[in-house]
Design a protein around this ligand. Sequence first.
Ligand SMILES: [Zn+2]
Length: 379
Amino acid sequence: MDGGIKIGKIFGIDVSLDYSWFLIFALITFALTFTVFPQMSPGLSLATYFAMGLITSLLFFGSVLFHEAMHSLIAKRNGLNIEDIRLMVFGGVSELTEEPHSPGVEFRMAIVGPLSSIVLGGISLGIFFIGRGLNLGPFINVPAFWLGYINLLLGVFNLLPGFPLDGGRVLRSAVWYFTGSLKRATSVASGFGKGLAYTMILAGILGPFLGDLSLLWFVLIGWYLLRAADSGYRQVIFEETLEGIKVDQAMTRDPETVNPDISIEQMVKDYFMQHNWLVYPVVEDGSVEGIISIDNIKDVPRRSWKRKRVRDIMRPISTEFVTTPETEISNLMPKLNSKSNGRLLIIKGGRLLGILTMTDVNRFVIRRLKAEEARRSAA
Ligand SMILES: [Zn+2]
């Protein structure tokens, strides 16, 4: 993933910090140090408040990470592919590259997050009560109370039934279970998500008039939810449209190919400078010999462009780049979305039949949805 810093692995899944994380980390530490903790426990030194603020902020993000890690763990156990976990402005996001396969999986995956937060909240409050009983002092009690409160809040907020919040996913799994339609379920859960988002935006806008400026945060969160509800819905429509669709229904047929014996110079002049493609299959006598991309050429010094041929620098065909016309497109999404490749050669009996990219897939989906719409309005 771009725009973030990798910090490690949990259950074999990469964990990264989005740049926005640093902003929110600083804000929370600042608020705890200068307002929250001095109000909860007056009379301590600034250095003490700051130490408490810093440690509590770290523990808070540890809690968010735990919440996300539990989602990811359940997802992985059910065979779903998790790209990575990233911590960002609005807590954490587990990047799923595919949707759950059944309502049961979706339910377990969704509910485990808020439950984890609520359990963490309970443990923190337990530490607070024990700490108070044993007179352990504000350095333990105050952060424990705040962490307990914030984790319970996080758990309850995430249970609100608007997609893409965890509670919205729980709602979706229920509608999915009872109607058997993921599309219907997503439509209902996103509808609730949008309703929730608009309510938050409205509350945020009214906040200042009611004398509460902190509600302005709701505008930001509501706006974020609104966008996420919409894109989650479109993602499902996209996947549903592709269900059962095979490669040869969407691929670009008879793609432009390159002869292995032309020079690099000719390759650049006649291909890369003429067309938008960044990768070409190299074909000789009807059989595919390799592929050449603009990246291969970058490593060749300019002065050897005349002498060197495509054959000298092309990459051999690896199974990673090749598929058959009968393969279902939905099984190829991780490959098509990968940044390193994103282009598949369709080969049958050693002959190149076509090329498939994300552009082909998008075009296919749009065409199909338009045709469906036309059929509906004609009926
Ligand atoms: Zn969650």
